[in-house]
Structures are given as C-alpha cells and as structure tokens.
Ligand binder design. Sequence first.
Ligand code: FAD
Length: 310
Amino acid sequence: MAGSAAIIGAGIAGLACASRLTEAGWQVTLFDKGRGPGGRMASKVVTAQGLRFAFDYGAQYLTARDPAFIAQVVDWERQGVVARWPAMDDDAWVGVPGMNAPVTHMAAALDVRWSMHIRALRRDADGWRLLHDEMTEGPFDVVILALPAEQTAGLAAPIDPALAELARAHPSDPCWTVLLGFDTGFSAPDTLSAADPIDWAARNRAKPGRKGGEAWTIHATADWSRRHVESDRTSVTASLLRALEERVGTLPVPVHATAHRWRYARSGKAGAGAYHQAEPRLAACGDWLVAPRVESAWLSGRQAADLVMA
Ligand code: FAD
C-alpha cells in the first residue's frame, strides 16, 4: 500500500528512489542541504575576465551496464539530457550541458526541498519527523537515507545502530579537485590517466555539448588527497597545477583557479545493494551500498524503493 516517504539526500540515488516510489503512487518529499541539484554529479559555470568556463567537478562521466540503467540512459539520450563521449574507450556518457543534467532533469519532476540540512530523525507515534534548524517536518511513514556512508552513520546512530555500524565499516576516500580556466588553449591530450598525485585530469570542453573557454578539472589521487585533506585551497591548487605542468609542459597562467575538497568522494563497497529495516520503517541507499559509481547509486536507489514497497 502506498504511503508517505521522506528521502534525505537528492543525489542520483535519492532521486532514483523517489521516482520509483512516486510512479507507484507514494507521496514523496526529498530534502537536500545543497542549494540545487548535483550532489557528487556536480557542475558549475564560472566567469573570469569576461570568459565563461564550464566545469564538471565531481563525477566525470557515467557508464551503463545494467539493463535497467541502460534503458534509463537511452531515454535520457532521447531527451537530450546525456550524450555519448566517444573519445573514451569505455562505454562513457556525460550529462549535457553538464554532469548534473540527469539529476536536474529528475529533480524537476519531484518535490525537492533544497537548502534543508537534516540534523536528526525522531520516531513519534504517528510517524517519522525530521529535524532541521529547530523546525520539524513530518510525519512520514518511511524515511530513506540517500547519503554518503559517513553522513548515513551520523543520522542513523541514535535510531538504528546496525545501519550506522554498516556505514562506518565502509568509509569513503577524499578527493581534492582543482578547477583551472585559461584564456588560451594549449597542446595536451584531452584526458590524462592516473599518475600520482593526479588521478584524472580533463579538458572539459572536449566533452560533448560543452561551450566556453579552456576549462580543466584535475582530481587528485585518494592517497594524495588523504595526506593533504586539511591543506588550504591555495597550496592544493598550486600543487596540482604544478603536477599538470609536469605532465603536459609549461602552461599559461590560469585566469581562474580554485580547489574543492570532497571529504566523502569515492565510497566503499558494502555490496548490500540497499538497506531496509521493517520496524520502525527506515531504509538507506547510495553508492556506498554497491560501488562508487553513478550507475551503482541509481541502482541502489531503485532497490531501496523496491524494498520499501515489498
Ligand atoms: P550524492 O551525490 O553524494 O548525494 C547525496 C546528497 O545528500 C547530496 O546532494 C548532499 O547535499 C545531501 N546531504 C548530505 N547530508 C545531508 C543532510 N544531513 N541533510 C540533507 N541533505 C544532505 N562516478 C562515476 O560513475 N564516474 C566517475 O567518473 C566518477 N567520478 C567521480 C569523481 C569525484 C571527484 C567524485 C566525488 C565522485 C565520482 N564518482 C564517479 C562517483 C559518483 O559521483 C557517485 O557514486 C554518485 O554521484 C553518488 O550518488 P549518491 O546519490 O549516492 O550521493
């Protein structure tokens, strides 16, 4: 029987879960602390010295191997939300015009409350209540946590110690990301493979459907990011810019250079698919329950919805 669900986290896992529940007639509300769609499928546009730079600074591309996700990606392609990235060897797709396009598209059809940082959950006689900034939301029949493992553990600890323990056992790797904008192009391959401290670097403009100036995203390796996790943005930016120069030769001075720290970037692999507890009704989904990939997060979200409805 359909009921009401609150989903905390409107990344691709939470949105996939919400879409499936909504299709089955559930009343679903999503809460996300972010100001808009993305989660770790993050994109932004920056203007510097009159130039426009478009960056993907979380997931760089997605792959589709499960038949259900392939069908979803083909449907997104039909709607112009994703495009193949043929330059990659892998079966690679990107959001168009940015990696956040699929989540933006999904969120538009759902009831998502942005800038809502949920601090705690409480189970009352009539259902779940969510606490944020001294206010409460609810009641809801079911709560679904669609968050990285560490944030799941934090919210679950007082209400479901088993879920908190599972999440704590699968910690995420951090990832420092540097975004560089240049006022001129330069000769370099469009993507660089991993060699410490660079895990991945890419010319964003080389992806299909991108416009704007010479924008580069550099992800540091997990080891390097862990060692520098408390470093300041300026020194991280300088280190990774230097590392890029060591790979491709002297670069022009960037007109835009910033760093973003993903404290919980790449999840562990709990291998559980999704989590569900029947009483009180609580579920969890997210990449950490499968593997650190967009497709895995989407599949986990769908599986959580199925467990809730079973
Ligand atoms: P998220 O996208 O993290 O969504 C969780 C949401 O919860 C966020 O929007 C957050 O704002 C919200 N939230 C957190 N706490 C609260 C709270 N208390 N209250 C309210 N809201 C809250 N995958 C690939 O397939 N290919 C790649 O190339 C790739 N590269 C990556 C590179 C980087 C640097 C990173 C960070 C990730 C990469 N990934 C890649 C992994 C991929 O991005 C993730 O697996 C996927 O996006 C996870 O989705 P999710 O919905 O599980 O989590």
